[in-house]
Structures are given as structure tokens and as C-alpha cells.
Design a protein around this ligand. Structure first.
Ligand code: BES
Ligand code: MN
Ligand code: ZN
Length: 495
């Protein structure tokens, strides 16, 4: 798909399809007014007849554009003007893109950026349009015998005012790069656990290095982990025939002397719970337990695609959590790379175990900041549902930067307290700390566990258990929080 910005009069453009927005109760956007004029008042006539109501995300085709140059028009309902927030703007773009997807249109011009969204400028709306359209065009077919038919649609032009052309072009570059990162993350998430293994993730990390000059990848195997003393990571992998991998991907887009930002992703390619076996219902969804890792690959993809001037180290800490004769048992005690010993009271609290050694490993980069991303706790889904990513940090400034980036990218997080008060739930009679805290505040106590390994740098934790994928009929990975992470890193680069 090719996305571009144009600032000519869209009515004069010879397009396969012109997309215009209409509000509920019949008020027209500028482009819709112009189309109405070119068609002798057809839009107003349709409104009067009750054939066009502007309801949010409704779509109406016009197969004759009168004196306008386009072959067809697609009229998209924007709903009530006062209610046109980011989510409703997204719904309108999704509806338009889905209508195009199932049509003969090869090239379209969208005027939807004209719609007013409070506190959002043309640049933002252009970028969001690209991200949303690209996400609507994503189709998973990797493991289906029948492949998706190639789309008729190959080009989408976004109409903006001449004064906004240059900014809109930049927004399209950024939006396309983020869209690509999101698609990569969704695809990896959606792949089943028998294909997307730790070794497969490591190969994807290596593939990044061959695709992008500015990325260098190193893969540590279990022998390397033993030498480094990564007893926690190895304990998770112990029950599996799939070897664990630690993948380190360095993106060098900034000055050589600039301290890197580190992002660390949980990459449990399948979480059975181990000996603390999970119940059977919906266990298939635990293939998504590597979505943190996938978001690291996606974010690096986005940064490399847009050539962002920043240094970022992406780390994937990957294993498969299985029960077997070699598996770690409740009560087993391991020594982490940090030297702290951990009593593994529940083998299903494995995410923090693979993360803690990776977080210790991150110290060697003298990082400007470290953010880990993990489908860490079911408790986070209970606390925040599927809309907000959980955020906890040992540095308030970093927390605010991430929250802000989430608002900017409309990929939002919500902060939970990481007060000292919660630390007392982590006490063991037999080791320095246990790997579980107990039922209350499970998301926070998981972060407390991680905080014992992040004392040497500014650190934040994103719990994406509720946001990384969608369940039910539309089951699939969301690609979150790639927009948030990319925005945060771009902001750090001063972009
Ligand atoms: N990967 C799960 C968390 C999870 C569960 C994410 C459901 C999304 C949906 C994690 O490894 C886990 O099993 N956590 C346990 C921790 C508990 C044993 C302290 C949980 O949340 O039940
Ligand atoms: Mn688990
Ligand atoms: Zn897990």
C-alpha cells in the first residue's frame, strides 16, 4: 500500500474513489459540501430522503460524482460532531477502509482528515489515518491453506490544505513506519506456539539485522546463560524441549556517545503454567505470552523504517513454559544473575523470572532508561480491562513521559502505585525473595518483584496482559504498545 499526502483540490483529482465525511443530522464537511455542489445537491437530497444519515461509521457509495473528477465517492458517517473523539475518528476510518477493501477501488483520495477532532491537528490526524487504515487492511493467513486474495486497493492519498502538505508528508512517513511495526508485532503474536518458538523469535531478531544497516543482533543460547548465571531464565525453560534464547538487538540511529534506551520484552512463546499448570479453558491464548517480545521487534522495525535519530537496545527474553520431568517445581530455589536467590512458589509466575535476568543484563548498556513490556498478570486484566496498559515505574518522570506518549499516540497506559508498602508481600523463609506475592494487587507485586532487579537505572514496566490481543470472535494480536513505545522513543530523540 502506498500512502501519500496531496494538497490539490480533491474534487479535481481523477481518483477511483473520493472519500468524504458527513456528520449526523446532515451537516457536511467541506469536501462533502463540494461534492454536493458538483452533483447538483445530491447529498442534501439523499439526506432529505432519509437515505444518508451520517451515523458514525456508516458508509454510502455514490457511483456518479457529477462534475467532480473521481469515478466514485464513498460517504462516511462521522456521527455527532461533538462526539468525534479519537475512538470515533478511528471507527469512521475503519469503516471507510473496510468498504474500500471489499470494492473494486484501486486508488482512493480521503478527505477525512478534515474532520475536527478536539486537540488533534492535521499532522496527528494524518498519521492516525495511516495507522488505522493499515491496521484495517491487515489479514492473517500464514497458517491457512487458502491465502488472502491480493487487495485491489494499492494507493491511498490523504487530502490536506497546502499549508499542511510538508507536515503531512512527515506524518505519513511516521505513520507508515508505526503501521509496519504494528503489523510485524501482530503477525508474530498470531503465529502458533509450534511455529513461533524462542528459536523462531531469535531468527526474527537476526532478520532485522540483515534488513536494516543500523541494527546489529546477538543471540545468547542456554550455554551463554549458564555462564552469565541466569538461573531464573533457565528455570523457566527447564521443562521444555525448546531451548531458551536471549536476543539483543542494537539500533544505532543516534550519536555513538549517546546512552541508549533499552526495551525488554517478555517472550514466553507458550505459557502452560508449567507444573503449576493452567486450567484448560482458553489456554490457546497463552501463545500470546510473547507479545512483549513481539512489540520490541515491532518498535525497532518502526524506528528503523523512519530512520529515527536515537540509540535503542531491544532485548527479548524468550522461553517456553512447560511441565515435564525436568521442569522446575514449586519450592525450587534458583540463583538469578543479580546474585539474589528466588523461591519459585508458583511456576506460572514465570514472566518475572525470565525478565529479572534480562533486566540485570541490561545494566551493561548504562541505559538512559529501561522499559520492559510483558503480558505479566491476569490481575492487570481484572484491574484495567482491555483498554489501558498497566504502568509502574521507579522514576516518576519516566512514568509521566510514557503516560504522555500513550496519550499522544492514542495507545494509552494507566499508572498503578509502586509504593514501598507493597514490597513486604515478597518474603520467603528460604530464599531472598519468592516469585509471588499473594492475591491482592497481583499486578503491583509482580512489578515489585521486577523492581528488585532494576535499582541501577530509571525503569518502567508495562503490563500488556489486557491490551496485547483481543479475545472472542475477532481473536487476534493488537500490536500494542508499539505506538506508545515508538512515540516515547521519538520524544526522547527530540523529534
Ligand atoms: N502470562 C500469564 C499472565 C496472563 C494471564 C496474561 C492471562 C494474560 C491473560 C502469567 O505468566 C501468569 O500466569 N501470571 C499469573 C501470576 C500468578 C501465578 C501470581 C497470573 O496472573 O495468574
Ligand atoms: Mn504464567
Ligand atoms: Zn506468562
Amino acid at each position: 500500500m502506498k500512502y501519500s499526502a496531496i494538497s490539490q483540490d480533491p474534487l479535481q483529482l481523477k481518483a477511483d474513489c473520493l472519500i468524504v465525511g458527513v456528520y449526523e443530522k446532515g451537516s457536511l464537511t467541506e469536501a462533502a459540501k463540494a461534492l454536493d455542489a458538483s452533483t447538483n445537491g445530491l447529498l442534501n437530497k439523499l439526506i432529505q430522503q432519509g437515505d444518508l444519515d451520517g451515523k458514525l461509521a456508516s458508509t454510502t457509495w455514490l457511483y456518479d460524482c457529477g462534475s467532480a473528477a473521481s469515478a466514485r465517492a464513498l460517504i462516511v458517517g462521522l456521527g455527532e460532531p461533538a462526539k468525534l473523539n479519537e475512538n470515533n475518528f478511528r471507527k469512521a476510518i475503519q469503516a471507510a477502509t473496510n468498504a474500500l477493501k471489499n470494492s473494486q477501488v484501486k486508488q482512493a483520495v480521503s478527505c477525512l482528515v478534515q474532520a475536527e477532532v478536539p486537540n488533534r491537528d492535521t499532522t496527528w490526524k494524518t498519521r492516525f489515518h495511516v495507522e488505522t487504515s493499515a491496521a484495517s487492511l491487515y489479514r492473517y493467513d500464514a497458517t491457512k491453506s487458502e491465502k488472502a486474495k491480493p487487495l485491489n486497493l494499492t494507493e491511498l492519498q490523504l487530502a490536506v490544505a497546502p499549508a499542511d502538505q510538508a507536515q503531512a508528508e512527515k506524518a505519513i512517513t511516521v505513520g507508515s513506519a508505526i503501521a509496519k511495526g504494528v503489523a510485524v508485532t501482530r503477525e508474530l503474536g498470531n503465529l502458533p506456539g509450534n511455529i513461533c518458538t524462542p528459536t523462531y523469535l531469535a531468527e526474527q531478531g537476526q532478520a532485522l539485522a540483515s534488513t536494516y544497516d543500523k541494527i546489529a543482533t546477538k543471540v545468547l543460547d542456554e550455554k551463554d546463560m549458564k555462564e552469565l548465571g541466569m538461573g531464573a531464565l533457565l528455570a523457566v525453560s527447564a521443562g521444555s524441549d525448546e531451548p531458551a534464547k536471549l536476543v539483543i538487538m542494537e539500533y544505532k540511529g543516534g550519536d555513538a556517545n549517546q546512552a541508549p534506551h533499552v526495551i525488554v520484552g517478555k517472550g514466553i512463546t507458550f505459557d502452560t503454567g508449567g507444573i503449576s499448570l493452567k486450567p484448560g479453558a482458553e489456554m490457546d491464548e497463552m501463545k500470546y505470552d510473547m507479545c512483549g517480545a513481539a512489540s520490541v521487534i515491532g518498535t525497532l522495525t518502526a524506528l528503523a523504517e523512519m530512520n529515527a535519530p536515537i540509540n535503542v537496545v531491544g532485548i527479548i527474553t524468550s522461553a517456553e513454559n512447560m511441565p515435564s520431568g525436568k521442569a522446575t517445581k514449586p519450592g525450587d530455589i534458583v540463583t538469578t544473575m543479580s546474585g539474589q536467590t528466588v523461591e519459585i512458589l508458583n511456576t506460572d509466575a514465570e514472566g518475572r523470572l525470565v525478565l529479572c535476568d534480562a533486566l540485570t543484563y541490561a545494566e551493561r548498556f548504562n541505559p538512559a532508561s529501561v522499559v520492559d513490556i510483558a503480558t505479566l498478570t491476569g490481575a492487570c486484566v481484572i484491574a484495567l480491562g482491555h483498554h489501558a496498559t498497566g504502568l509502574m515505574a521507579n522514576d516518576e518522570e519516566l512514568a509521566q513521559k510514557l503516560l504522555q506518549a500513550g496519550i499522544e499516540a492514542h495507545d494509552r497506559a494507566w499508572q498503578l502505585p509502586l509504593w514501598e508498602d507493597y514490597q513486604s508481600s515478597l518474603e520467603s523463609n528460604f530464599a531472598d525473595l519468592p516469585n509471588i506475592g499473594g492475591r491482592p494487587a497481583g499486578t503491583i507485586t509482580a512489578a515489585c518483584f521486577l523492581s528488585r532487579f532494576t535499582k541501577k537505572y530509571k525503569w518502567a514496566h508495562l503490563d500488556i496482559a489486557g491490551t496485547a490481543w483481543v479475545s472472542g470472535k475477532e481473536k487476534g494480536a493488537s500490536g500494542r504498545p508499539v505506538p506508545l513505545l515508538t512515540q516515547y522513543l521519538l520524544n526522547q530523540a527530540g523529534q
